[in-house]
Ligand binder design. Structure first.
Ligand SMILES: *Cc1c(COP(=O)(O)O)cnc(C)c1O
Length: 472
């Protein structure tokens, strides 16, 4: 494809994306296709001869679009958001255009230095501790997902605890780690991958607000030590996936300090709220964490994938993950004056992902970002008030930020029916969890373009369908 053809087709693609965003509300939010429906429209084998670009783009509209669940619809309230924005998409496009592989500082100095710089910007933006700055003992890195970041934290904890012996000899089977019953499943997966075994992850009980009970944590740790085991890692969550519960990080940190355990804080979605000083209470105690992670690709208008991972002391992470085969040796690395991010995560190669984050932060400014976060929280709180005022419903967990967990009082079956009917209508999309053993609906306000009218309409539709349930 010549630069001239690229220019022409590129304009067509950008037009298509802009049109998509302007009509995204007209599609059913949850895709309606049946399993196999998309594949059945694709030729069984790859084309022998090249095809016209117009034809390829046409198939996006014809074949692909029906199989899309519209995460960028303002009526998307499911899971946690994966929101995006114009500047983020364009930043990603520039990253593709440059086509850089930034595994080492020397393979594109700007890729490393912009990333370090933007991650340093975020530390005061979010009120995070200064030890996470690259100019102190720690530093930040962009990873693909919170799952990968938490795996890296667990590996570094494992190595710090065993004086880096596990890296050479493997685990001796006595290492144990702790999270709560509400912790994201990525920690269990990390235990499997790290060779520590999911049986050696203790799921600590939670209180009535679904936050970890620190006294239960202390009890489990002491029991394990008595049994000859070696506790090494605790994951505290700020904003659990199920109900947005906030673990008491400060009290958990005290236990971690007493027993020299690595404290990792997972704030995948809610971390973004700390842009606003009034929500910074969520960071209470984070100054004691050994590592911290949050996803700009959830709630910070930066399209997937973009996770930020910070460590308080980078040497543990680097010593855990560093490798230096002959073919990667270079003067920059030898000088010791540069960061080589290949030593900060699992994979070697890496994209220039800081560009999209840089575009987002510069385009909105901190005040612009705060404006949208505040608006999402305000709309979620408005929804909370409506639920409170309707005696058919109850709130299932405290809603401190942008996630509302609620349910009909009339039982699991009614809630399941209500959710299925709403989602099938295509007017909105929400998902569920189980809290206290009960089927609970989750409504998370976090899509970039969700406005008051969308949340009002969502509540109207919920009320309508609830009314019909009563009659059926
Ligand atoms: C979404 C979520 C994750 C997983 O995020 P990925 O980036 O998809 O790996 C981890 N922890 C929490 C608390 C989450 O909400």
């Amino acid at each position: 494809m010549s630069p001239e053809e690229f220019r022409r087709q590129g304009h067509a693609v950008v037009d298509w994306i802009a049109d998509y965003h302007s009509r995204v509300e007209s599609f059913p939010v949850l895709s309606r296709v049946q399993p196999g429906e998309i594949r059945s429209q694709l030729p069984p084998g790859a084309p022998e001869q090249g095809e016209a670009f117009d034809q390829i783009l046409g198939d996006i509209e014809r074949v692909i679009l029906p199989g899309i669940t519209h995460w960028q619809s303002p009526n998307f309230y499911a899971y946690f958001p994966a929101n995006a924005s114009g500047p983020a998409i364009l930043g990603d496009l520039v990253s593709s255009g440059l086509g850089v592989q930034g595994m080492l500082w020397s393979t594109s100095p700007a890729c490393t230095e912009l990333e370090t710089h933007v991650l340093d910007w975020l530390v005061p933006m979010l009120g995070l501790p200064e030890k996470f700055l690259s100019t102190s003992s720690g530093g930040g890195v962009i990873q693909d997902t919170a799952s990968s970041a938490s795996l890296c934290a667990l590996l570094a904890a494992r190595e710090r605890t065993t004086q880096f012996v596990s890296n050479r000899k493997g685990c001796d089977g006595r290492l144990v780690a702790y999270c709560s019953t509400q912790t994201h499943s990525s920690i269990e997966k990390a235990m499997k991958i790290a060779g520590m075994g999911s049986d050696d992850l203790r799921h600590i009980e939670v209180d009535k607000n679904f936050a970890m009970r620190p006294e239960a944590l202390a009890r489990h740790v002491e029991r394990d030590i008595k049994a000859g085991l070696i506790p090494c890692f605790v994951c505290a969550t700020v904003g659990t996936t199920s109900s947005n519960a906030i673990d008491p990080v400060r009290e958990i940190a005290r236990i971690c300090r007493d027993h020299n355990l690595w404290l990792h804080v997972d704030s995948a979605m809610s971390g973004t709220a700390a842009l606003c000083p009034e929500f910074r209470f969520i960071n209470d105690g984070v100054e004691f964490a050994d590592s911290y992670t949050f996803n700009p690709h959830k709630w910070m208008f930066t399209n997937f994938d973009c996770n930020c991972f910070y460590v308080a002391d980078r040497k543990h992470l680097i010593q855990t993950l560093s490798i230096l085969p002959e073919y990667l040796r270079n003067q920059g690395t030898e000088s010791g004056a540069v960061i080589d991010y290949r030593d900060w995560h699992i994979q070697l190669g890496r994209r220039f992902r800081s560009l999209k984050l840089w575009f987002v932060i510069r385009y909105y400014g901190i005040e612009g970002l705060r404006h949208h976060i505040r608006e999402h929280v305000r709309l979620a709180q408005q929804f909370v008030a409506w639920v409170r005022d309707d005696s058919r419903f109850e709130l299932a967990a405290p809603a401190q930020l942008n996630l509302v967990c609620f349910r009909l009082r009339s039982g699991d079956h009614a809630n399941q029916l209500l959710m299925d009917r709403l989602n099938r209508s295509g007017d909105l999309y929400l998902t569920h969890t189980k809290l206290d053993g009960k089927f609970t609906l989750r409504l998370c306000v976090g899509q970039t373009n969700t406005q008051a009218r969308h949340v009002e309409r969502a509540w109207q539709r919920i009320q309508q369908e609830t009314g019909k349930l009563g009659n059926s």
